[in-house]
Design a protein around this ligand. Structure first.
Ligand code: TTP
Ligand code: MG
Length: 395
């Protein structure tokens, strides 16, 4: 195991989270693919004649008060000459993939938050490192040059600040909130900008005299709690930029790992089945090793000569990937449940061994772990098998 302690990494680094979101995504793709739409109001969504809903609209259409999730019929009343188009999800997914691939080039870890939006853990900020603003501008320029689309980018010390920064900078935005300037950035924002504050919460807050984040900060944590209960606690955390959610790659661990084989000659003899199962167990153990997973449940699968299927499972007292233990469990299933059924006129055409109840070998649950905004641990998957270690301790 290689640890980061062996790499020339900074002793201290502050966290830099980048959030990017494509501008008017579906509508922007339609304009990209049909240049005759340029400058015209474009609405993508359901049929205005058939109770359709607006997915999104370009800025020319937004000027008429058209927005996502409104009835397409209402959008049409607001701007009868708008061009209404049905969504082309395949094309949006294709462009989304291309943007994400570019974003990946800058990411320690990347988390896709929606079809047009991602959080990126940049390498930690240290003296002399590439400035976040330079990275953000380069990413924007590359997305524009290589896909023809526009992204807005925000950078901050956590996900909350990064997302608010990209939202506030739209359209074609780029905003870096430097560490220590979070309060100045947040103060003037209306509370409705905060995630989870919809019109209803906004009205409740307004009756308590809270319209901007500055209002919440002026009140202070105790009065907020007294007036709003849990909502007050939550608002105080947001207003003071507290958010330690990690950026987590969506390539989560596999739910199961299995190996199976269809044989040219059906298997009728228990000894032959046992030999094959030993081999399958060994292979599946190697797969688990490559995935750095341990398993608690072993499944034996048999497809019979007539294509009917039997599966049997056994759970172990603790998670493992010891080849001998896994083979033993699979063979026990064979002898208990399958051997009595194996006969020349009832042979197996396929055998399989599967592992489930998986958990990561190092169960820290995240690719990058932060404490008090500082990167303390990082897991990378690259040429090295895996890197796990401490980058920065407490200041
Ligand atoms: P958003 O990023 O929320 O919206 P947007 O990209 O159109 O505009 P903005 O510049 O403000 O980011 O959503 C991305 C896409 O998801 C959007 O283009 C269409 C789709 N979408 C819906 O289908 N329904 C909705 O209610 C929303 C909000 C989005
Ligand atoms: Mg968007």
């Amino acid at each position: 195991m290689v640890t980061l302690a062996h790499l020339p990494l900074p002793e201290h680094g502050f966290r830099r989270v980048l959030h990017c979101d494509l501008d008017c995504f579906f509508a922007a793709v339609e304009e990209l693919d049909d240049p005759t739409l340029a400058g015209k109001p474009v609405v993508v969504g359901g049929d205005p004649e058939r109770r359709g809903v607006v997915s999104t609209a370009n800025y020319a259409a937004r000027a008429f008060g058209i927005h996502s999730a409104m009835a397409a019929a209402l959008a049409k009343r607001r701007c009868p000459r708008a061009i209404f188009l049905r969504p082309r999800f395949e094309r949006y997914r294709e462009l989304s993939e291309r943007v994400m691939a570019l974003v990946d080039e800058y990411a320690v870890v990347r988390e896709r938050a929606s079809i047009d939006e991602a959080y990126v853990e940049l390498p930690p900020g240290v003296p002399g490192c590439r400035r976040a603003e330079v990275i953000a501008r380069e990413l924007k320029a590359r997305v524009r040059a290589e896909t023809g689309l526009v992204i807005s980018v925000g950078v901050g010390r956590n996900k909350l600040i990064a997302k608010l920064a990209s939202d506030c900078s739209k359209p074609d935005g780029c905003l870096v909130v430097r560490p220590g300037t979070e309060e100045a950035f947040l103060r003037p924002l209306p509370v409705g900008r905060l995630p989870g504050v919809g019109p209803h919460a906004q009205a409740t807050l307004a009756t308590a005299g809270i319209v901007t984040i500055a209002d919440a900060l002026t009140l202070g944590p105790e009065p907020l709690r007294q007036r709003l209960g849990r909502m007050g606690d939550w608002l105080w955390r947001l207003a003071t930029a507290q958010d330690d959610r990690p950026v987590v790659s969506e390539h989560g661990p596999p739910k199961s790992i299995s190996r199976e084989r269809t044989y040219q000659r059906d298997i009728a003899a228990v000894e032959r089945a046992a030999a094959e199962i030993r081999q399958l167990a060994e292979r599946v153990t190697r797969d688990a090793e490559a995935e750095r997973m341990l398993a608690r449940t072993i499944t034996l699968k048999i497809k019979w000569y007539d294509f009917s299927l039997t599966t049997r499972q056994r759970s172990l007292p603790s998670a493992t990937r010891e080849p001998a233990v896994i083979a033993e469990a699979a063979l026990a299933l064979l002898h208990e449940h399958i051997a009595p059924l194996l006969r020349p006129d009832h042979a197996a055409r396929l055998l399989g061994v599967g592992l489930s109840g998986l958990r990561p070998e190092h169960d820290d649950g995240a690719d990058a772990v932060y404490a008090h905004g500082e990167l303390v641990q990082l897991r990378l998957f690259g040429d090295e098998p895996a890197l796990v270690g401490i980058i920065a301790g407490s200041r």
